[in-house]
Design a binder for this molecule. Sequence first.
Ligand SMILES: C[S@@+](CC[C@H](N)C(=O)[O-])C[C@H]1O[C@@H](n2cnc3c(N)ncnc32)[C@H](O)[C@@H]1O
Length: 372
Amino acid sequence: MSKYRIKSISSNFTVRSLINNKSRYSLEDFEKKVPQVVNRYGGKGKSFEDYREPIYYIATETGCTVFADLFGGAGTIALLAASLIDNNNSQIFDSIIFNDLDVGLYCIFSSLQDEDDTEDMIDNILKMEYSRYFFNKTRNIMKALNTLKLNAKKPIETDDEALLEIIELIKEKKLTHKELIDKLENNNQLKAYIAACEYIRSVTSFNGAGETYRDHSNKYYEKDRTRLIIRGCENFRKAVPFIRQADFKVYSVSALDILKQAAIEKEQGKNSNILYFLDPPYYHPTRGRNAKKIYDFELSNEDHRIMIDSLKKIDNWILCGYDIDDADNPYKELESVPGVERIDLGEKELYSRIIETEHRNNEIIWVKKTIS
Ligand SMILES: C[S@@+](CC[C@H](N)C(=O)[O-])C[C@H]1O[C@@H](n2cnc3c(N)ncnc32)[C@H](O)[C@@H]1O
């Protein structure tokens, strides 16, 4: 398997100058190396280049050996971090944490940790097909698992006994997100089935958002739509070695809780070797009218403030977002925190079409690093 080889970086460089000087890899190169395993709205697959060097730079400067992608999504950035090596061919990170509250994404990355579970997930996928029927079926299952609510008008179709038991608990309002994840943790077969549902839901949906069916029938024959599904399965097999070599851990807990805990530990004087990467659902005022509710798990404006308050207290993180000139925007406060650097990545027109708003949006990353 080939990996990125990154030039050594002088410690006099700031992250900003690095970005201005970077040597770009083409998207084609990236796709050949780090596979994109699931199509997800807001996925960084097409703009990964902007993150590669800040991640490398902060890790090597600070000595962070654990990379934690707290809003993991399609996992592009976690897989990118898993692929980074230095000039001596050593991996930059000993361990990668992928975290997302989305139950389907948790199941996909958890299944990818094991070769048999990956094959099980692919078998399940190949039993389904590209059709409105399977889109509705898998969307209803994923909605129920993510919201822990049942929609009477959209019944769940399954004969999987373990899943039926979970649906029954949801009906009785007796299941929390943590209890659901604990159940899945002990049932690899069910995890692989749910992973397949999530994959089919996103492949057959418009923009990978999982909400509306993308028909494709005027563009592709049925055979080609089947090929769309199979092409993605090939990427699962390509992802396994990246995941295996990097001690990849998969969690599904609230990123806000992880950050609060990190802030407490920092206050207690504990050292951390974790580089946090945060690509949250974007702050609502920076989104367009059509993009107010995209994910099954969103952050309220108050959640953004809580996240920012924790970030002010901890070191070694990269936060992604869009700029907005709004007096209440908690992201603005970061810029007066000592050690925080703001980097303007420019307009992301091509990759964020839904984010078109009256105020043109520049994508920004805020970075904080502490060199011991
Ligand atoms: C912008 S997407 C991340 C995209 C990702 N960087 C990629 O390249 O695909 C935001 C993700 O945050 C997840 N999410 C929302 N609230 C969360 C929370 N409190 N904790 C963890 N994940 C959350 C959503 O399920 C969604 O997958």
